[in-house]
Write a protein that binds this ligand. Structure first.
Ligand code: NAD
Ligand code: WQD
Length: 342
């Protein structure tokens, strides 16, 4: 049984599909602060399997102890957390409380229940402004906002925990820019309010929910002047979690390093204009846009060196930008208002 915090969210729901399809039992623990239980009903529809769902908050240690014990969980995938960079600047306490304190409570609960295998959602945001590209895992860490610092702090906590107890098996996965949706069109990204991120914004323009896209800057030192990112299909990302779980399980000696830090990206950078063009092709819609000033805190380019993931997990991304856009569009056009039926 795998205990999945934040399993109703965007990446969590796609990972639940892959876990269930691979034969794992899944318990989702989520407070639905940024998700809808409907996502898990859809996961059950896709997989024809049942999820054990418990509504709860990761800052509640006792609640997690109870669920870990009752479910017989042997490993944890920890997605739960807040993730909006701008909001984290406005409300840093909320981010440190939810992300850092929530993780500490989870680790205490795991220790109490002797569950010592953990896959953690970190982010490429821990690198800050890249000194050198592509980003390797040993690049210096210099996050530039409270959200990123919360992820960096959690990483440090996990490394300290591992040094104190080598029975822990931990995979710290640094995601690049997850996009796209499950091929069924039944689950996908469903941001509340105005999307912060590029692809969900473009999707909402394509479906007619928003008039036009603002491109935040066209004067970067990139091939076409717009920001370059390593977009990764959410299904590839989900499969990366399974590979990480399997790799941790295969480590059978406390003498082997079992605290792994791994980039999950494709290694390929695409510009904002590349994404707009690919989305226009996938949706057969025009995406009107205007060039706007740079967004505060944005960097010119960011993409992964994904070699370690291949060497350590035998994982590499398979799906390209066209599939990311086609699957995003399938989800968005079938569910113009996300999980909220209108
Ligand atoms: P999401 O908001 O869709 O999912 C997070 C889930 O956690 C939601 O279902 C939310 O209700 C739940 N949650 C939040 N706080 C909780 C708490 N205290 N207790 C219980 N449940 C709680 O986000 P996502 O895009 O699926 O991201 C999952 C993880 O991956 C997050 O930790 C995020 O920081 C990280 N990450 C995301 C991205 C991205 O661009 N989407 C990139 C890098 C890292
Ligand atoms: C991508 C590109 C924008 C919106 C963020 C977080 C990061 C991680 C992933 C969690 C940039 C441009 C965007 C728009 C635009 N999340 N853009 N108009 O900023 O790389 O990463 O999400 O860990 O921590 O910082 O992703 O999708 O917001 O932006 O022009 O309306 O699209 O300037 O070049 P980002 P993004």
């Amino acid at each position: 049984m795998i205990f999945v915090t934040g399993g109703a969210g965007y990446i969590g729901s796609h990972t639940c599909v892959e876990l269930l399809n691979a034969g794992y039992d899944v318990t989702v623990f989520d407070n639905f602060c940024n998700s809808n239980p409907e996502a898990l009903k859809r996961v059950e529809q896709i997989t024809q399997k049942k999820i054990n769902l418990v509504e709860g908050d990761c800052r509640n240690r006792a609640a997690m102890v109870k669920v870990l014990k009752e479910s017989g969980a042997t490993a944890v995938i920890h997605f739960a957390g807040l993730k909006a960079v701008g909001e984290s600047v406005e409300k840093p306490n909320a981010y440190y409380d939810n992300n850092v304190v929530g993780t500490l409570r989870l680790l205490e609960a795991m220790q109490e229940c002797n569950v010592k295998t953990l896959v953690f959602s970190s982010s490429a945001t821990v690198y800050g402004d890249p000194i050198k590209l592509p980003l390797t895992e040993d690049h210096p860490l210099a996050p530039t906002n409270p959200y990123g610092r919360s992820k960096w702090m959690i990483e440090e906590i996990l490394r300290d925990l591992y040094h104190s107890d080598h029975a822990f098996k931990i995979a710290i996965l640094r995601y690049f820019n997850p996009v796209g949706a499950h091929v069924s069109g039944l689950i996908g990204e469903d941001p509340q309010g105005i999307p912060n991120n590029l692809m969900p914004f473009v999707a909402q323009v394509a479906v007619g929910r928003r008039d036009s896209l603002s491109i935040w800057g066209s004067d970067y030192a990139t091939p076409d002047g717009t920001g370059v990112r390593d977009y990764i299909h959410v299904v590839d990302l989900a499969i990366g979690h399974l590979k990480a779980l399997e790799a941790l399980r295969a480590i059978n000696s406390e003498k082997m390093n079992s605290c792994l830090t791994i980039n999950l990206g494709t290694g390929q950078g695409y510009s904002v204009l590349d994404v707009v063009r690919a989305y226009e092709k996938a949706s057969n819609k025009r995406i009107p846009y205007q060039i706007a000033p740079r967004r505060l805190g944005d960097i010119a380019a960011c993409y992964a060196d994904p070699k370690r993931a291949f060497d350590m997990l035998g994982w590499q991304a398979k799906l390209g930008l066209d599939e990311m856009c086609a699957n995003s569009w399938h989800w968005q056009s079938n569910n113009p208002s996300g999980y909220q039926q209108k």
